[in-house]
Design a protein around this ligand. Structure first.
Ligand code: ACO
Length: 320
């Protein structure tokens, strides 16, 4: 049996922050409403020339340093993003070039699965490693969601932040990714997405639109179901999970998932208060923080989960 083990992690948050007090000046909202309904107090904002690719490169460099492997051993780069700087070339090829990998034998491509993007990208890299195609893979998630936020829409502009996270995966005989569970249902596609039109005669800016309350209910339902699926299909008791590393969309959604696992909130890696929803970047950001501050230790069993536009959702069970 061959596993994909996490050799290193890294992340990056842009320095500029926007607090709830800042947003009170923009839209009809309050710190109290935002905290009570979402758990978010502040978020990081990418601005100026610092964009998705730059953040991806910094997070990737930090993960490579942490992994302490020869960067030229990386055989695959997958970047999960739905807010790339440009539609093409892919963010992944630009990351490959910036890292100075002296190879053309390192396929590099992007994956778009909104907030579930990291889990989807992890699954792809895991398959390459387990089937022996590559020994090491770099998985990066980087998002500049605030660049497509409508700053006049109080229902969405309070939710999102920017940032990047990365992991270096490598083949290992003993432990690593135990299972990935992915789902998607395009019947829900209209509930969350971007309006606007980049092509044709009537070009309009790209802006997020969401029927938040409907998305909320589906998210709680699907994440509850996927947690049960992971336990059942991997023959595990709830008590076996050491850490929940969830997508950080809403503290109430995270709490509902933790309740499903009978897990106290101090076993959940939370970043939502200071980061908001960074889409695909939120899970690897939380993972990196939990590992670097010493809470997540080698040998711990982790459950990563995410849900987002598509709708697409997924979970990874990882022996760290
Ligand atoms: N400040 C004050 N009031 C607000 C705000 C705000 N920022 N936003 C909405 N309200 C009001 C609404 O207008 C509404 O007022 P009304 O009752 O007078 O009509 C009231 O608050 C309740 O609105 P709801 O939308 O029902 O509020 P809810 O409790 O559902 O919270 C939220 C909204 C936070 C968006 C929640 O629904 C949510 O988190 N949804 C899920 C988001 C998510 O998981 N997205 C998936 C990932 S994102 C991705 O894939 C890119």
């Amino acid at each position: 049996m061959k596993y994909s083990r996490i050799f290193g992690t890294g992340s990056y948050l842009p320095p500029k922050t926007t607090t709830n007090a800042d947003l009170e000046k923009l839209v009809d909202t309050s710190d109290q409403w935002i905290m009570e309904r979402t758990g978010i107090r502040s978020r990081h904002i990418s601005e100026g020339l610092l964009a998705t690719t730059d953040m991806a490169i910094i997070a990737a460099e930090r993960a490579l340093t942490d992994a302490a492997i020869d960067k030229n051993a990386i055989g695959l780069i997958v970047v999960a993003t739905t807010t790339p700087d440009v539609i093409f070339p892919s963010t992944a090829t630009r990351v490959q070039h910036a890292l100075g990998l002296d190879t053309t034998e390192c396929p590099a491509f992007d994956v778009a699965a909104a907030c579930a993007g990291f889990i989807y990208a992890l699954d792809i890299a895991d398959q390459y490693i387990r089937n022996g195609s590559v020994k090491y893979a770099l998985v990066v998630s980087s998002e500049s969601v605030t660049r497509v936020v409508d700053w006049q829409d109080r229902a969405t502009c309070i939710l999102f932040g920017d940032g990047a996270g990365a992991v270096v995966l490598g083949a290992d005989e003993k432990a690593g990714i135990c299972a990935n569970h992915l789902h998607a249902n395009g019947a829900y596609a209209d509930m969350l997405g971007v309006t606007g039109n980049m092509y044709g005669s009537k070009q309009e800016p790209i802006r997020i639109k969401m029927r938040g309350n409907e998305v909320f209910k589906i998210a709680v339902n699907k994440l509850g179901a996927i947690v049960e699926e992971v336990l059942l299909k991997n023959n595990l008791d709830k008590s076996a999970i050491d850490w929940l590393v969830p997508h950080q969309a809403n503290l109430r959604i995270i709490s509902a998932t933790a309740r499903k696992l009978n897990m106290s909130m101090d076993k959940v890696i939370l970043t939502i208060e200071d980061q908001g929803n960074t889409s695909a970047a939120s899970v690897p950001l939380a993972l990196d923080i939990g590992i670097r501050d010493g809470r997540i230790k080698r040998g711990d069993l982790l459950l990563l989960e995410a849900f987002g536009a598509g709708m697409a959702w997924g979970a990874s069970l990882i022996r760290y």
